[in-house]
Ligand binder design. Sequence first.
Ligand SMILES: [Zn+2]
Ligand SMILES: [Zn+2]
Length: 265
Amino acid sequence: MSLTMKLKKSNYIIMKILKLFIILLICSIFILACSNDDDTDSTPIASDYDITSVLSKFSGTGLSYQINGDNVTFTTQNLPNHTSPYWGVGHAMYEAYNGTNPNWNQNPNLISTRNITITVPLNPSEATNKVATSLGAMGIARNGIVFFNQYAGPNNQPLTNEINSFDQWLGHPQQQGTYHYHIDPTYLTDTFGSDAFLGVLADGFPVYGSQENGVTITNADLDDYHGHVSATADFPDGIYHYHITSEAPYINGNGFFGTPGTITN
Ligand SMILES: [Zn+2]
Ligand SMILES: [Zn+2]
């Protein structure tokens, strides 16, 4: 074999190796790109929030909370930290009705100690399939009193008649003595402000009063579930939250925006 032949042959081999190398390079780029796609699927989506910052605001008689992994569990005796005619005459916190409703009509129930447990996600996110709230507790206010929805039992009637039995702080007890708020809990908004954090619903998303940045929020500002995403004092990076408005459905609309945890009472 001549020298030129030898050189040609080695050039040919080098070209072959180079081709193989380029093919391998292209393949590995494809594989990398595909595995990157998998990584994107498993990273948390932007709608995963963290409600740890508001937990220390929960304070009341017989109220405590505990973080268990991805959830926080509230245990409450559901005793209001304010006056009410529903404590019954003779109780230290009894106060006769002094509200503004000319149709005030006290119901026959009295406030009782309850043992209610509410477990909510610590990192709430939007549910793919939204579920309706049901009668009974659907969330917990920062003073340990449960939130009820916009309906009265037994068949989801409007609150029209129940409203007349709301005390001066706009709560009332049901047959088992469970005190609850269906609308603006005015003791809390008087104490902390109408733009303040008021509690959470069972899906972990926070509940705020009717004000935001000095503006009154109306139903028209909110989605079907009665919330929206914006920054709040407690969540400067923004969070989905419910607002309590002055007209029905008051606290929640057509169900939970997120996935509700469990409520036992
Ligand atoms: Zn009620
Ligand atoms: Zn808001």
